[in-house]
Each structure stands twice: as structure tokens, then as C-alpha cells.
Design a binder for this molecule. Structure first.
Ligand code: M6R
Length: 588
């Protein structure tokens, strides 16, 4: 998604803004731009492609001490220089993250008033409205207040007005935005990594708060423009988390952190094989809805298997973008669980808001502290994955899976199962230390791949398949093992890779039969299991350690992640920033 960085202070602004934008690259983008003040004039430079291309067009050493920058992930209008941000109309220059839903109507109205537009974006209506109403209001804060009352949708805005070049202005609704302070200046950013090279002191703006930022101070205003006290917080995470530290890619670095992430999540909730008191004593829910998107949805599918199996509570897993628009059958006996790494995914957030509005108990399982989903749910449980930079989620998936397994134990009231989590870190480490290159070599030149498994293994297949698609651009599909033969088996050809997962001995004979069916049709079988098989129906096998079923998915996902990583590397893909993708999808 788009990224915003602004700086105003005693130091040169462009290096700070460009450094910050590079730390937001993980969010995904296709063009970038900056607006900066030099000799009391505003200059704008924009370019399609990487920030490095933009850097070539700018003298970073310019004597500019005020700047706003932006990385754009195209939604309205193709990636082009004219559609890139900042957008400028009259006296106002704006960078925007989010979507203005009523922009077409606003654009039509503004055109009738004689305003011309240079881009096909929704964003350009914002500086146009600011410039238009400023002529009436003659006050920047009042103008911002007026304009945000007209906008529908989500936005985080960084604003410069020609009449006040000694301040930056910012406001947000829906999309995240922080203000940060170091000893020489002030920053504006979409996310904490953008400022961590300079400071860890920040405030998170709430919806509809407007902030005026000077070179060493800031003032927050509420919706009625009443001044508000908002103290700086200290970001406790480390700068290290946002650095590669010698790894070639964030994806690999983050997978290698999984042993620690598992322990951090476990130890946060459990001590001496007993729950600490930081998971609420939930009442007995008669049913649970799990709502999420992408990989977080697949964690929900794993959660469904575990909660139904161990706690005996029926669980319905739904994709958030559907859930928010459909009729949902919930009542006071329902718990709605929203899973989200970022805590800012627009569809998941709206699904949560719908359940909250209907008075249903909601529980957020989130990685990013104080994100919107974390703050708006009735209950929040954090996973301890730390900042995840690679677009493809790996360590957060493992941490979320760990927490779902703990939640299953909690809801089942079977604390004795907590001992099954002990020592798993060593098994994670053992899996991380293996090489998966051999399996990747079997896959990387293929156009299609299939993943098949039953029950919780099917949920793992969904994740393995998504990882391969998003990082290595291989068309891959996941199927319940018994379902492939009902049509899709026609796609199996000589050499088609089929990754079969079976971690449950009670269903192994059935899954093996299905694998034999595709082997008979020429498929190349990679079998992932935790039990020795004598029958050599596969081409290659990966044995994962045999542990209790409740913790097995935590181990089983690791080979899937590392195979995708190796395949993506062999195919020369942009592993950490796959094409067309964004880390945190803050638009619907
Ligand atoms: O931040 P969230 O967990 O809400 O994100 C949900 C999905 O967008 C995310 O899991 C996505 O599918 C990842 N790219 C998968 O690696």
C-alpha cells in the first residue's frame, strides 16, 4: 500500500524522507515522489518504478528542510508520473494513502467550478478541495476540518500549504499515520520503520485528529479544532528488526527468526505449563466465526480444525471481504475472531466493525501493537512476531498458528496440553537448519503446481500454495486431497509437481491413495509427513518431527515457506516485494 514520509527540522529533509520511504518499500509500490521546499519555493519530483529511480532525479543535498514523500500502489489510474503523488492544486500539495470513495462526484462538482485535473487519481480532489475552501475559510486548520467532513473513504494525508511553509499538516481516517520527534526535527510516517533510523519517539494519530507539525513541536487538534494533549510514546521494538543484518532477503531473515518468535509468543502467554492471566477467561461460546484475509484466513482454517477438535466448538471461517457484506448468523453466544498481522487490513477492520456494531464479542489476533484492529476489538491478543517487512508473511503466520493452538487449549480447558509446546523450538530450529534447495530445483521450471491434503493439512496446503504463487509467480492450487479427482485432475500431466501433506496417521492411507492417483498420471510427488512410509509412491519425501497434533501445523509450515523462498530465488523473483502486491492492504 502507499507509504508517506514527511520531515521538517534543522537537518536536510530529502535524505530523511528518501531513507524513510525505503523502509516503507515492503508495503509495495509502483511509483514514488517528493515535494520539498527550497528557497521558499515548492518543488515536486516524481518517477515511476523504484525509489532508486527517483533518487537519480533529485539532489539529496539540496538545502531543503521541509519535505513530504510518497510511494504509490496504484488503485485509481495506472502507475505514471502524473498519477504519482504529491498532487498539487493551487496553494496545496498533498500525499495520500487510502481511497476517496466519493471522488467521482467531488471531481464533477469541482470541474463545474472551473477546476481542471491532471491525473486520474481519487487523490487529486483533496488538494483541489483544500485550495477551494481555503479561499472561503482563510485558515488552514479550518479548511482541513471542512474538507475531511466532505470526504468518504479512508485517508492518511501529509499536506503543505504555500502560505505556511514552516509547518506540515496531517490528518487521518482509517489509514495509519504517525508523528515522530528526534532532537533536531519532526517526522510524519505511515509506519514506524520509516523513522527508526532517527528516533523511536512517536504518536499514533487517531481518526480525524489533525496535527500541525513545526520543526521542533507538534500540536494535535480534535474534530472541533480543540487542542489535544498527546504524549510521545517510545517504540519498544528494535531497529534490528527492520534491517537485513546480512541476510539476502527479509523473507529468509524472518523465517530464520521463527524459533524465537515461537518462544516469544509462547512465553508471553504461558509459564511453567500454565496460562498466565493475560488471556481472558472467555465465557462458553456456542460458536465462533473467524474472519481474515489471505494467509491470516488460512491461519483461521488451522484454528477451525484445532478448536473444533479440542474444544468441540463449531467454527466458521470467512474471508473478511465477503463477511462484511453478507448476512451473518451470530448472537450473544458467538465470538468473532479477527486475525491480522498488520491490524490495518481494510476488509478485516470493516468486518470487525460490523460485528462490534451488532454487539457481538470480538477478539483480535494481531501482530502490530496499537493497530486499528487491535484497538477496536473487545479483546486483543498479540502475537510476538516483531516487525515483518517481507510482503509474504512467514514468521507472523507461525506466531499466529502458535496462538491459535494456545487458544484451542484455552477454550478446551485442557491446560495439560500445554506441555506439548515444550521443546518445539528445538524442532523448529532443526527444520530451519535443513536445505530445501533440492525440492525447489524440482519445481522452479514448472508452470503449475498442486498442493493436496486433508483437514488441517489442507489449510497448510492453502498457505503453501499461496506462498509459491506470491513469491515465485508459479500458478499453484491447493485442494482437499479427495477433491482433486472431481475435475481438476485433468490438469495433472507428466512431471506436474504435487506436494502432498499428511500429518495425521488416521487419514494417511486416504491421502496416500489420492497421491497415488496423481502419481499414476505422471505427477511428480513431494510428500511431507511425520510418519515413516514404506510404500515408495513419492519422488521425494520430507519428514518433519512427530509431535502432538495440536502443535504439528507450527512445524509443517516451515518446509513450505522455505521451498517457496528457494523457488523464488531460482526464478530470480523480487522476493521481498513481489509484483503487484502490498504488505498491508488498507483499501477494499
Ligand atoms: O495484515 P493481514 O494479516 O491482515 O494481511 C492479510 C493478507 O493480506 C496477507 O496475509 C497476505 O495474504 C500475505 N501477502 C500473504 O503472505
Amino acid at each position: 500500500m502507499c507509504g508517506i514520509v514527511g520531515y521538517i527540522g534543522k537537518n536536510k529533509a530529502l535524505p530523511r524522507v528518501l531513507t524513510g520511504l525505503k523502509f516503507l518499500e515492503y508495503r509495495g509500490y509502483d511509483s514514488a515522489g517528493v515535494a520539498y521546499i527550497i528557497d521558499n519555493e515548492i518543488k515536486i519530483t516524481k518517477e515511476v518504478g523504484r525509489i532508486s529511480s527517483l533518487e537519480k532525479l533529485i539532489d539529496e543535498d539540496s538545502n531543503s528542510y521541509v519535505a513530504i514523500g510518497h510511494t504509490r500502489w496504484a488503485t485509481h489510474g495506472e502507475p505514471s508520473v502524473s498519477n504519482s503523488h504529491p498532487h498539487r492544486v493551487g496553494k496545496f500539495t498533498v500525499v495520500h494513502n487510502g481511497i476517496i470513495e466519493n471522488y467521482l462526484k467531488l471531481k464533477e462538482d469541482l470541474k463545474k467550478k472551473g477546476i481542471t485535473f491532471l491525473s486520474s487519481t481519487d487523490t487529486e480532489v483533496i488538494p483541489a478541495l483544500l485550495d477551494y475552501y481555503y479561499k472561503e475559510e482563510k485558515n488552514i486548520l479550518k479548511t482541513i476540518k471542512k474538507v475531511i467532513s466532505i470526504l468518504d473513504g479512508s485517508f492518511a494525508l501529509g499536506i503543505i500549504c504555500d502560505d505556511d511553509k514552516n509547518n506540515l499538516y496531517a490528518v487521518r481516517r482509517g489509514s495509519p499515520l504517525i508523528v515522530a520527534k528526534d532532537k533536531d526535527g519532526m517526522f510524519l510516517a505511515s509506519d514506524v520503520p520509516a523513522i527508526l533510523s532517527y528516533t523511536n519517539k512517536y504518536i499514533l494519530l487517531d481518526n480525524d485528529e489533525i496535527v500541525k507539525i513545526g520543526e521542533d513541536c507538534y500540536q494535535v487538534y480534535d474534530q472541533n479544532l480543540k487542542e489535544k494533549e498527546k504524549e510521545l510514546k517510545t517504540f519498544e521494538g528494535s531497529y534490528d528488526a527492520a534491517m537485513l543484518n546480512g541476510y539476502p532477503h527479509y523473507m529468509l531473515k524472518e523465517i530464520c527468526e521463527e524459533e524465537k518468535v515461537f518462544l516469544d509468543t509462547l512465553n508471553y502467554y504461558v509459564q511453567d505449563n500454565a496460562f498466565k492471566d493475560n488471556i481472558p477467561e472467555f465465557k462458553h461460546y456456542k460458536n465462533i466465526h473467524i474472519v481474515a484475509c489471505g494467509s491470516a484466513y488460512y491461519v483461521g482454517c488451522i484454528g477451525k480444525s484445532l478448536i473444533e477438535e479440542y474444544a468441540g466448538i463449531p467454527v466458521y471461517v470467512e474471508v473478511a471481504s465477503e463477511y462484511r457484506y453478507k448476512r451473518n448468523f451470530y448472537d450473544e453466544n458467538t465470538l468473532v475472531i479477527v486475525i491480522s498481522q498488520s491490524g490495518e487490513t481494510a476488509d478485516s477492520l470493516e468486518a470487525l466493525r460490523k460485528a462490534n456494531k451488532d454487539g457481538i464479542d470480538t477478539l483480535a489476533i494481531v501482530n502490530v501493537v496499537l493497530s486499528s484492529i487491535a484497538r477496536e476489538a473487545k479483546y486483543t491478543l498479540y502475537v510476538k512476531a516483531g516487525p515483518e517487512i517481507a510482503v509474504a508473511t512467514t514468521k507472523a503466520f507461525l506466531a499466529q498458528t502458535t496462538l491459535m493452538a494456545l487458544l484451542a487449549v484455552k477454550l478446551a480447558k485442557k491446560e495439560e496440553l500445554l506441555k506439548e509446546f515444550q521443546g518445539l523450538d528445538k524442532k523448529i530450529k532443526e527444520l530451519l537448519n535443513r536445505s530445501y534447495l533440492d525440492y525447489a530445483l524440482d519445481i522452479y521450471q514448472k508452470d503449475n503446481a498442486f498442493f493436496i491434503g486433508r483437514l488441517v493439512d489442507y489449510a497448510l496446503c492453502l498457505e503453501g500454495s499461496l506462498k509459491l504463487k506470491e513469491t515465485a509467480y508459479i500458478n499453484s492450487m491447493a485442494f482437499q486431497a479427495g477433491e482433486l479427482k472431481h475435475g481438476t485432475i485433468s490438469l495433472i500431466d507428466k512431471g506436474t509437481p504435487v506436494i502432498g501433506i499428511c500429518t495425521n496417521s488416521s487419514i494417511a492411507p486416504k491421502t496416500i491413495s489420492n497421491l497415488k492417483e496423481v502419481a499414476a498420471r505422471g505427477a511428480y510427488i513431494i510428500y511431507i509427513t511425520n510418519e515413516k512410509v514404506n510404500d515408495e509412491f513419492y519422488n521425494k519425501v520430507i519428514y518433519i518431527p512427530k509431535v502432538h497434533n495440536i502443535v504439528t501445523p507450527i512445524l509443517a509450515v516451515i518446509p513450505l515457506q522455505l521451498i517457496s523462498y528457494e523457488v523464488a530465488k531460482l526464478r530470480g523473483c523480487d522476493i521481498d516485494k513481489p509484483r503487484n502486491l502490498a504488505k498491508s492492504v488498507t483499501v477494499e
